[in-house]
Unconditional design. Structure first.
Length: 293
């Protein structure tokens, strides 16, 4: 299966939210990585058919997705950034309601399967209004998977989740990613470093890079450094330098930074990680530290 974006552009009056986005995706987990406002949600909403592009096209195996109509929608699963549910419905009633709308076959069996997959089987009769944020996210992924889609779109699926819920969600995505095209939009680096087959870097609506996570990290070999210094020196350093943050190893304080040349006599080469790619690509050390969380 081949999903092709050809010069997809979206303009809101004077703002260019998506700028000639072109890429071809096949089966696997593809992560859209970029800061807030990069165009990730715009792209997701266009792919989901909720928003019309200004120009360009998206095709699936050579067929335009707009022309495909219901055939395309039947292959699609979408979890928006803020999934909305009827608070008075139980988890089972929510899935059953949408299963009827989507004409899901053997819907009782399918609903039970999805509730088990997202570990909500014990809460099937509980009202959604009483769910935690993590439980709502898990119900959202169950809903997105209800029709066994070939294309799964997840827009910031782990935003606001605690670390335990985020680990559980990453494991779930790894489990369901086989045999589907999963497009995961996020600005949280750690959520996709270990589960993505490819990472697409999106900045100001433009695709600025694409590779595996390891491939992107290898591009920074010889450019990542740890500099030992006092806590006071480290605070001053990161205030004056972009792409730097403070790390601690064995009780010692280091400044972790990017530089094409050795930035200090005591600087030690470090192994690049995807957070370094984020800092290098988007140039905001404070946001990169938040993204790594």
């Amino acid at each position: 299966m081949e999903l092709k974006f050809d010069s997809v552009t979206k303009r809101y009056r004077q703002k260019l939210a998506l700028d000639s986005f072109s890429v071809t995706l096949t089966e696997g987990v593809h992560a859209l990585l970029g800061p807030n406002g990069a165009g990730k949600s715009t792209l997701m909403n266009i792919l989901a058919g909720l928003l019309a592009q200004t120009s360009g096209s998206i095709s699936l195996d050579g067929r335009d997705i707009i022309a495909m109509g219901a055939d395309y929608r039947a292959m699609l699963g979408f979890m928006p950034q803020e999934p909305g549910f009827y608070k008075s419905f139980s988890a089972f009633e929510t899935l059953d309601y949408y299963a009827v709308l989507r004409d899901v076959k053997d819907r009782r069996e399918r609903i039970d399967e999805m509730l088990c997959l997202v570990n909500l089987q014990e809460d099937a009769k509980r009202r959604v209004g009483s769910f935690s944020g993590g439980m709502k996210r898990r119900l959202g992924i169950a809903l997105a998977l209800l029709n066994d889609p070939k294309i799964l779109i997840l827009d910031e699926p782990t935003a606001g989740l605690d670390p335990k819920e985020r680990i559980r969600f990453r494991n779930l995505i790894s489990q369901i990613g086989l045999g589907k095209t999963v497009i995961l939009a996020t600005h949280i680096v750690s959520d996709i470093e270990s589960i993505s087959d490819s990472v697409l870097l999106l900045k100001d609506g433009r695709l600025i890079g694409r590779d595996t996570a390891d491939g992107l990290c290898r591009q920074l070999e010889g450019m990542v450094w740890d500099i030992p210094m006092s806590a006071q020196e480290a605070e001053r350093y990161i205030a004056e330098n972009r792409c730097a943050n403070i790390v601690k190893h064995g009780g010692e304080v280091f400044v972790h930074t990017l530089s094409q040349v050795r930035p200090a006599e005591k600087a030690l080469l470090a192994k690049p990680c995807l957070e370094d790619v984020y800092m290098h690509s988007f140039g905001d050390s404070s946001e990169a530290r938040d993204a790594a969380g």
